[in-house]
Structure formats: structure tokens, C-alpha cells
Design a protein around this ligand. Structure first.
Ligand code: 6GU
Length: 256
């Protein structure tokens, strides 16, 4: 997968992604990061890329020409027009589902704004998707784009060590992940749950499933309700595990 990032801070993108799992994916040729400096497309002899906003107001806005010309140079080089994601708090909230959708693209372009944003006409010209990473405001789109690129690249085949780890994790079945433990067996008096030492895989799987239900109910009741609503399998499961059903009801009523 190739990710083309249009930004005023290309080193911020490169430095972050050359590390750890994404760094190894780049080395292995599974992921290519093409950070394009919008400033290289400035018309100005001082390489200016921003200006005051029409109608007044504080702050500077990124100009349309350098953004669109950086994009034009990219489409010409690629010989096609890839999807362009604009990172903005005025966008749909990023999700695992959106990451899965973007991971199918061979070429993905991500546009990062800075200052007060980008001239709307540049966005109208090139943007296909607007993504926010949550309800708070960042100084620019770069950090947000790194979140998206990280989430997308771990879904590219071969990027993670084994394909199992991509689908047993939080959100894959709509529940949060169960707690995990490694050596030592006892740490500061805290013991690893006995069942995990039993070697009984069926019991381990069942314990993990129950922990996922409990944690989802506690930390993300919204997700728990989405999961359990109209879910015949879980209703049947609770018929056989009345104590668990009661524990979860108490959690949802915030009695624990
Ligand atoms: Cl994508 N950009 C900025 N500047 N702030 C944000 C954001 C994006 N998502 C949440 N806050």
C-alpha cells in the first residue's frame, strides 16, 4: 500500500512511521510512505503558503494553489486519481470500520491542514473523505493522519507478525479485548488468574469471552448494548450462565 501525505511537516510523518511496526513494514516493502511538502508548490519567492481569511477573523489559512498543485503533480506521477482523505475535526469520526475500508486502497492520499485550515475551494477540488479522530481540536492534521495511517497499515496483509493478532483484538467482534498476562506468575502479590494456567483451552476461551463482556459493559456500555441487542446467541449463553448475566446487569446499573 502506498500512502501519499500532503503536509507542511513531512519530517513529522516520516519520523513517526519509520519506527516500530510501520517502520518494519516500510523496510519489507509492504508499506510506502510518500510525504509531500506542500511548501514545494508555493508560488511565492518567500515560499509562503498561507494568507489572511476573507471576511476577517484571527489566524491564517492555507492557500488553495499550493495544495491543488501538489495534488496535481501526484496524480500526474501516478497516472490516476486516488482517494483523498482530509484530516479535520469537521469530518466523520474515524473507526475500525473506516480503517478496514481504507486498507483496501492501493494508493491513499491524506491531506493535512495547519493554521486555521485550508481554503474551501481546494477541498472542493480534491477531497473525497473528511475524517476526524475525535471531539477535540489539534493544532494540525499531522498527528491525526498518523493515527489513521497506523490503524490502516496494521490491516495490510503481512504487516503484523501473524494474521491472528489482527482479528482477536478489541472491536473485531464488537467487544473490547480481555485482560492478558505474561511471566512472572505472581507480581507484587498479584497472581495470574488460575484458569490461564490450566491448559484447558476451552475454559480459557470461555473465561476470555466472559471478561470481554464484563469489560465492555463497564468501560463502553454503548458498545455492549449494540453487541447484545437482538443477539440470540448471547441470550442463550446467559441462560446457561445466570450469574454472569446478573453481574453484567449490576455493572450496567453502575452498582459496581
Ligand atoms: Cl483530523 N484535525 C485536527 N486539526 N484536529 C482534530 C482532528 C483532526 N481530529 C480531531 N481533532
Amino acid at each position: 500500500m502506498r500512502v501519499h501525505v500532503l503536509t507542511l511537516f513531512p519530517e513529522m510523518i516520516e519520523n513517526a512511521l519509520n519506527t516500530s511496526i510501520t517502520g518494519r513494514a516500510i523496510e519489507k516493502g509492504l508499506l510506502e510512505i510518500d510525504a509531500i511538502n506542500i511548501r514545494d508548490y508555493s508560488h511565492d519567492k518567500h515560499f509562503k503558503v498561507d494568507d489572511y481569511t476573507y471576511g476577517g477573523g484571527a489566524g491564517l489559512l492555507m492557500k488553495a494553489e499550493p495544495v491543488c498543485e501538489a495534488y496535481d503533480a501526484l496524480t500526474e506521477k501516478l497516472g490516476k486519481k486516488p482517494r483523498v482523505v482530509f484530516m479535520t475535526p469537521v469530518g466523520e469520526t474515524f473507526s475500525q470500520k473506516k480503517a478496514e475500508e481504507l486498507a483496501k486502497e492501493e494508493d491513499l492520499t491524506i491531506l493535512c491542514g495547519h493554521y486555521e485550515g485550508i481554503d474551501e475551494r481546494a477541498l472542493d477540488e480534491i477531497v473525497t473523505d473528511r475524517i476526524s479522530i475525535g471531539d477535540y481540536v489539534l493544532t494540525g492534521g499531522e498527528l491525526a493522519s498518523l493515527v489513521v495511517i497506523d490503524a490502516v497499515s496494521r490491516l495490510v496483509p503481512g504487516v503484523l507478525h501473524n494474521d491472528i493478532s489482527a482479528d482477536t483484538e478489541s472491536f473485531n467482534n464488537g467487544l473490547l479485548e480481555y485482560p492478558q498476562f505474561t511471566r512472572p506468575e505472581s507480581f507484587r502479590g498479584r497472581k495470574v488468574p488460575e484458569v490461564l494456567l490450566s491448559g484447558d483451552h476451552k475454559k480459557v476461551d470461555d473465561w476470555r469471552f466472559q471478561q470481554s463482556l464484563i469489560r465492555t459493559a463497564r468501560f463502553r456500555p454503548d458498545l455492549y448494548i449494540k453487541f447484545s441487542d437482538d443477539n440470540e446467541a448471547i441470550k442463550e449463553y446467559y441462560n446457561k450462565h445466570k450469574e454472569l448475566e446478573e453481574e453484567i446487569s449490576r455493572i450496567l446499573k453502575s452498582e459496581v
